[in-house]
Ligand binder design. Sequence first.
Ligand code: SF4
Length: 614
Amino acid sequence: MGGYKNRILRVNLTDHTFSEEPLDKDLIHDYIGGRGFGIKFLYDDLKPGVDPLGEDNEIIFIAGPLAGTNAQSFARWKIFFKSPLTGTYFKSSGGGHFAAELKFAGFDAVIVKGISEKPVYLWIHDGQCEFRDASYLWGLDCDDTHTLIREELGDPLVRIACIGPAGERGVKYAGVFSDRRAAGRGGGGAVMGAKNLKAVAVRGREKVDIADPEAFREAVKAQIAAYKAHPMFESFSQTGTQIAEFTNVLGMYPTRNFREGVLPDWEKIEGAEYTKLRVRKTACYSCMIHCGNITKVGTGKYKGAWSEGPEYETTWAFSGPIGVPNIGLTVAADKLCDDLGLDTISTGNAIGFAFELYERGILTKEDTGGLELTYGREDLVLELIRQIAYREGLGDLLAEGTREAARRIGKGAEQYAIHVKGLELPAYDPRGAKAHGLNLLTANLGADHNCGYAPQELFGVPIPREVDRFAIEGKGELTKFNQDITAFMETGILCGFPVSMSMIDAGLYGRLISAATGIKDFADPNYMWLVGERIFNLERMFNVREGFGKKDDAFPARLTNEPIPSGPSAGQVFEAEPLLADYYKVRGWDPETGIPTAAKLRELGLDFTAQYAK
Ligand code: SF4
């Protein structure tokens, strides 16, 4: 069999032991890899109710069967854990070279549990694993951590996934960073911090075998041709994910804590403006899109600030929530979050939330340490990021995430915390695109756009059909389509950007995986759709086992009751009730509880979860 290394590394940090096991044949067939393996490991390994920051939670690093090959955009690595921010199952993914190097080091997955008495990092190389002292790294930012580990190991090409000060201090939305590519969302960094695990470093010389080299070569050629023929390939390649012009023109760029849908003067932060600041392009292992940009600010208050990015979500996080489009600030804030190890989306939301509470008198100068959190005060953003990462002053409260911070503040603050299941919303107002919003409402992580992006509504991609973004009819089916295709394309693990732009279809995806692994079923698009639905439902059942259900598929009242006040989406609310009813029906879930029925679970081969289906 090709693609896989057929080796899982299990690490116990409590007693500093590790063991290896092969991949189970049924696991490969039924879940393919990547996101499929991640949820199956977590479901099997974790007892219900496990403390996300305790010894028994796991953090699992996975590379897909195509990582380390010359298939395009498959070098994403994923982490899986029960989230300290949401309490749900969680997956988060990063790019760069870590996934390919993990395969070259001889492993498909590293499953880490336990808590080390002292800070450590794992050094995984050529089929070996070592526990290394990380006491001298504790407290360092992510860039310095990379530099010192490489110096210690004497190899500049060691690939590293690490945490910064935010993860060490248990900030609930601290991420994991590899060469400034982030698995940012959901608090994986806090899980590592609680385990005293500063980093995982990988390096190796093993090859990734291909089962049918000729068929694989042809499939990769077809993938390259499909990319080149895609109408958005050129712009995506040039400006990366910068789409502020799209979302502002649609009137769904969340502004001032989701009160408005258009940011005044948004043209200052459109893609073309970032291109002017570009120093050079960057790419993940084997990806011709090379969407990354090293950006450096040349003038003004933030002169000299640089970052790898920012991507669209980060651009938004440090403009929309505070109501000011300062391109220099977005670059400086991006770099600071990367250094300190913070998810930019949740950080930006937390800041916008605090500004609204201050405006309404729910937070006062006493709570903010004297800071006047007035919309437009972009000069406070870097200080607030620092406070959150180090849990100082108001930052200690905001570090809990908006849901928990609001609960502790009281005084009606809950209605201004914009989240689903505790995960703060990304840079799209769901009132302006109903399938996109329905995914945010039902994704198994909380409000995650990457679980079921709706390019049909945002970019007019007519696959599987053209849609009206405001219409609610048929959006249950469309959301299921977007969620299931994403789930199976993340088995590979294909990057979310070509997935969300529909750059390859199920048939081509299947050809690539089937040729690499030699497993015939994977070439059948119908089988791929089945696996996607299976993965999505197993994730749902993980959450059901944790007590989640229909009551948690909920937006704050602002999004369901308050119409967008002006702009191209003016008057729109999110019609949660009919949209959810339609979605549950299409999914085969109970309309009263939002739990998959026993019949649906049986159909998907998930009978082992049926005891939790009422
Ligand atoms: S599209 Fe961008 S993020 Fe995705 S694999 Fe390619 S270079 Fe990496």
